[in-house]
Design a protein around this ligand. Sequence first.
Ligand SMILES: C[S@@+](CC[C@H](N)C(=O)[O-])C[C@H]1O[C@@H](n2cnc3c(N)ncnc32)[C@H](O)[C@@H]1O
Length: 358
Amino acid sequence: MAKDLPVDRRFDAYQDFVLGCKLAWTRSLYPALRAHYAEAVAAADAPPASAADVAALLKDDPLNQYFGWFERHLQRMKYSGRHGLAPHFAAQRAELEDELAAGAESGILTLDPAFEQPAYYVAIDIHQHPGGVWSDEVAGYVYERGARTTTPLLEEDADLHHRFTREVMARATNPRRLVDLGCGFGKSSRPFYNKHRELDVTGVELSAPCLKLAARTAVQDQARNVRFRQADSADTGLEAGAYDVVTSTMVLHEMPPSHIERTIQESFRLLVPGGLSIHLDFLTDQDPFRRFIHYGHSARNNEPFMPPLNEMDLEGAHRRAGFETFEVVPFAEMPGTLDPAFTAWRFPWTMIIARKPA
Ligand SMILES: C[S@@+](CC[C@H](N)C(=O)[O-])C[C@H]1O[C@@H](n2cnc3c(N)ncnc32)[C@H](O)[C@@H]1O
């Protein structure tokens, strides 16, 4: 998405190494830990009923300790190590800021110079990203490159954003206008505006640096059907009753439940009668081991709102906002991930779907 930067083979090799380690963690360490857990359960007096029970059971297991240490430190290496993302892009600041100007001046981006970030948002370095995704002008580049080091690249159209776009468009009825809440650097908006040129797309996001990169990319794509706006998902300032679809990807788990509730109310306000609200996020099932892993990931990755999202009454929040229908549907981010035979670690991807009364 970003323009071609000078090749830095040491940086690329380092980031490839981190990705390779992460894949080993996902594909080898996770199933091995699951096997240790099964052995511990077989030897226990009673099966664990909660994530806390699993934590107690595995407390002294070296593999469990290694699993958590490795996850935490790989993420730290990715951002802050010798060839970490943050120093890498900071070293190219002047050039990147010039490049971002094209997005900022494109006319498709509305920034609010007096914008005040919500307190929850500035309180932590989300994902261990130094300064979060909002405080540094080059943060969008750091985030964009980091997203590529988290999961292996798939063919265009096969990645989770394209797959989710297809799920949304299959459920929407002749959509003309769509809002993408928490659009980040534009990755979740891009398949909508590029694959559906008839659709009018608005990306809403807190982070100005991410928005500038999103706008810059849309200019490169020569897209005329997208605009971006700096605003809170709980208070977008967009026109009421004017959008056929309100969507978000990986956003709800980054805010506290009170803010999620307000975001759901705002989604309802924005939609036309009969409009579709569809958020893609992470909800675990009742399995104590999977919950233990997910909550551990939340702590290790500086994403503290994963457990509260998982435990809040999402259906109640939607019905209180006025939605009539509500369903949660597991989402396959890659082919085969919902197959019971799939043993590697994965996020518990889930679509949260509601419709405004017609
Ligand atoms: C994990 S990222 C996902 C970005 C994008 N949707 C994607 O799929 O690549 C979550 C994004 O939500 C944004 N965000 C968090 N709270 C928000 C809020 N209250 N309003 C708007 N955006 C928010 C963050 O700045 C971040 O860019």
